[in-house]
Design a protein around this ligand. Sequence first.
Ligand SMILES: CC(C)(COP(=O)(O)OP(=O)(O)OC[C@H]1O[C@@H](n2cnc3c(N)ncnc32)[C@H](O)[C@@H]1OP(=O)(O)O)[C@@H](O)C(=O)NCCC(=O)NCCS
Length: 205
Amino acid sequence: MKKKLLIIGASGHGKVVADIALKMNKWQSIAFLDDDKSIKSSMGLKVIGTSDDVFAHIDEYEIFVGIGNNPTRQRIHEVLETFGASIPVLIHPNAVIGEQVEVGFGTVVMAGVVINCCTSIGKGCIINTGSTVDHDNKIKDFVHISPGVHLAGTVKVGKGTWLGIGSVISNNLNITRGCKVGAGSVVVKDITEPGVYVGVPVRRV
Ligand SMILES: CC(C)(COP(=O)(O)OP(=O)(O)OC[C@H]1O[C@@H](n2cnc3c(N)ncnc32)[C@H](O)[C@@H]1OP(=O)(O)O)[C@@H](O)C(=O)NCCC(=O)NCCS
């Protein structure tokens, strides 16, 4: 394990990521990269360059993509993987993780999250504040589960899907890749086509 952590993205999501990394107390120093050159520091941590500079730091730092947008996070994560970067998993100390739970690298699990037993979470995911992911879920890579989302047991969520804040997914359902589920929406049937889904129960828009 490297002693330094570099977070790509110093704005809202990146700051929460940094907060979790600080609380984990694993790294001697933490810094940011951000493409907005006017940002010199964030959370009291230095911004030491733009995302183009990442390759100069790949041997010295563990690197984490702190960007909320799913396609952008996926693109940068995959470049880092290709170049052999060391990408950690970040788990807030106040998250509850059940037995036989797998969490992929580049995923952040935020404060107040509960992930129940036998669930697998892919790489590059965001399991955001206060969400619950119940038993036997299969969450694929680059999914964002927003704050306060609840997934019942045995749910599958496809690659790159975004579940909006406070949405609820009933048990034994499959949501395919590349979907957006709106804030406060409720999913009670499988979603088999990528698209934007909103409402209670959801309809495609
Ligand atoms: C679902 C969402 C992505 C759609 O955004 P969009 O593609 O820009 O869609 P629009 O805002 O143009 O809305 C399209 C229609 O869906 C409706 N709609 C949008 N979001 C809705 C929601 N959450 N619940 C119910 N209806 C919704 C709009 O009222 C609009 O209806 P209309 O055509 O009858 O006027 C967005 O509204 C949303 O809910 N985002 C989640 C935000 C979130 O979770 N943030 C937390 C990040 S950590």
